[in-house]
Design a binder for this molecule. Structure first.
Ligand SMILES: Nc1ncnc2c1ncn2[C@@H]1O[C@H](COP(=O)(O)OP(=O)(O)O)[C@@H](O)[C@H]1O
Ligand SMILES: [Mg+2]
Length: 135
């Protein structure tokens, strides 16, 4: 796998969530995603940056383009050093929230993207990686 475009954005304020949406919209558009997929990717990025802000206060979003033998795509990684997620399976359930939220951010992001993986250690932090492939 080789990469041609990448970048990162610190997430530490509401403004950074807006910025992340813009960065992801531009990256996905340049890669050739259509308007529907761009909207899906931006929505997922919005939820995941908001989770960083809400639960970890701050963190970083990294993005990179992906190229494999016959396909290209976009990978977004959301990394924080916050409290971590004690039960990832539970957190992935629609409607589960520890903050009176809708509990649709993580399951929504999984549905909107092609791949979603979560690594989290309580007391250390969380990394959520999502990928979308060009059709
Ligand atoms: N980066 C994170 N750090 C710690 N906990 C998180 C993080 N992201 C999600 N969570 C946990 O997973 C739950 C579900 O997240 P989500 O599906 O986005 O719903 P909501 O944000 O509406 O609660 C959150 O309520 C929170 O407990
Ligand atoms: Mg959320």
């Amino acid at each position: 796998m080789n990469e041609s475009h990448q970048g990162e954005l610190p997430i530490k304020s509401e403004t950074d969530i807006v910025l992340a949406r813009r960065v992801v919209r531009d990256a996905a558009t340049v890669l050739g995603f259509g308007i529907t997929d761009v909207t899906r990717i931006v929505t997922a990025a919005s939820e995941l940056t908001r989770n960083i802000y809400n639960y970890a206060t701050s963190g970083v979003m990294r993005w990179r383009s992906l190229k494999q033998d016959h396909r290209a795509g976009l990978e977004l990684a959301f990394e924080d050093s916050g409290p971590g997620i004690p039960d990832i399976e539970r957190a992935m359930e629609a409607g589960f929230s520890t903050s009176k939220g809708l509990g649709m951010g993580l399951p929504g992001a999984k549905r909107l993207m092609d791949e979603l993986t979560i690594q989290s250690t309580v007391g250390q932090g969380t990394v959520v990686v999502v990928r979308k492939w060009l059709k």
